[in-house]
Design a binder for this molecule. Structure first.
Ligand SMILES: [Zn+2]
Length: 67
């Protein structure tokens, strides 16, 4: 009886962790994209695709990591 409860509790914890992981990685990826990957300004989110000056035309922030 007690052993059965421990197995069920262990499975419950396992599934909670498993179901939480995609949300955590999605949130983490989203944060990384906002920083540099999708080419948007860190300060205001302005689309800096094709920007060559290294300065955001919207807010004047210096761009460090535009691919
Ligand atoms: Zn900006």
């Amino acid at each position: 009886m007690a052993t059965k409860f421990i197995i069920i509790a262990g499975l419950a914890v396992f599934f909670v962790v498993l179901s939480g992981l995609p949300f955590y990685t999605a949130w983490k990826d989203d944060g990384d994209e906002r920083d540099a990957v999708d080419g948007r300004c860190r300060g205001c989110g302005y689309d800096l695709t094709g920007n060559a000056s290294g300065i955001c035309p919207e807010c004047g922030a210096t761009i460090e990591a535009i691919a």
